[in-house]
Design a protein around this ligand. Sequence first.
Ligand SMILES: NC(=O)C1=CN([C@@H]2O[C@H](COP(=O)(O)OP(=O)(O)OC[C@H]3O[C@@H](n4cnc5c(N)ncnc54)[C@H](O)[C@@H]3O)[C@@H](O)[C@H]2O)[C@@H](O)CC1
Ligand SMILES: Nc1ncnc2c1ncn2[C@@H]1O[C@H](COP(=O)(O)OP(=O)(O)O)[C@@H](O)[C@H]1O
Length: 293
Amino acid sequence: MSNISSKEIIIKYVEPKNLQNIFKKREKNSHKGDFGTISIIGGNRGMEGSVLLAARTAIKIGSGKVLIGFTQKNIPITVDLIQPELMLQTANQILKKFLIKIDTWIIGCGMGQNNISNNILHKALSYIENKNIVLDADALNIISEQNTIYKNSSNTIIMTPHPSEAARLLKCTTKEIQSNRIKSAKKISKIYNSWTVLKGFETIISSPNGDILINTSGNPGLASSGTGDVLAGMIGSFLGQSNDIQQAISGAVWLHGKAAEHLASIHKGPIGMTASELAEAAREILNQHSYQN
Ligand SMILES: NC(=O)C1=CN([C@@H]2O[C@H](COP(=O)(O)OP(=O)(O)OC[C@H]3O[C@@H](n4cnc5c(N)ncnc54)[C@H](O)[C@@H]3O)[C@@H](O)[C@H]2O)[C@@H](O)CC1
Ligand SMILES: Nc1ncnc2c1ncn2[C@@H]1O[C@H](COP(=O)(O)OP(=O)(O)O)[C@@H](O)[C@H]1O
């Protein structure tokens, strides 16, 4: 990785040559159990698209099995006709029936901040043990109001705030976050004992102990609804496929940006690029990089 030293920190940049635990060929005798069982919790009324985007992405970039747990009383749809591979449940059913089968959780996409989502987040964070949990969107908004929510967790927590969500977590303004993005990401990691992915132009990744990686792939085509859900799906999917947490997170962030660059190169962006197209492009680039030699 290329290093740029400043007085206090060494900044490293995400580079594909350092992502070999993620971009790799599959063993000939592999089976779906090798590639993770992911559950995505969220999708309140009117925001079902958010979990669908994350889940469709996770399966497209290689997860073995993907379940959605809607934060609603009943499932709003019984099958996703675009991606019928997905298993659809309510969040409560997932926590009751599938808890020990799931190795990676993504919680928060379109989850809302009502009683049901609050209750589900509390349950999930107290029931899940020794797993990877990606906390996105409304999970972060809820936590920012009640930050004692997961004290002493045995789980590895990955927080993926955009600048305004980061501002809510740190109780400051979005402008303050943007004026020192590295410091903000490190601070979130320290306070919440988490990996932090501070999204936006040049996404910052901070490890729980404050090591920093910066990603430079991407373009303004990503400034569009649902691209964050796609990123959450990618991070969760790679976490389910590898034990290398740093590579799983940085690989997802890099691939997300690279997919946007690919779409722009074939004139499907940056203007009008959609989150759904991003997942398709990411699959193409992932296969190219994994099978290039
Ligand atoms: N299809 C769906 O159902 C979708 C649902 N979504 C859900 O909608 C809910 C609201 O999320 P939103 O993120 O829209 O609303 P928020 O109010 O959390 O944040 C939106 C605002 O954050 C600021 N912001 C974001 N990125 C920034 C950047 N890079 N630099 C500076 N400022 C930035 C901007 O002011 C922006 O208007 C969440 O539950 C989310 O998961 C979204 O994920 C979009 C897609
Ligand atoms: N100008 C930009 N350059 C690079 N990446 C961007 C840019 N704008 C947005 N992104 C990326 O797009 C994604 C947007 O995520 P988010 O704000 O959570 O969207 P949503 O809530 O609509 O899903 C993040 O990964 C962010 O880093």
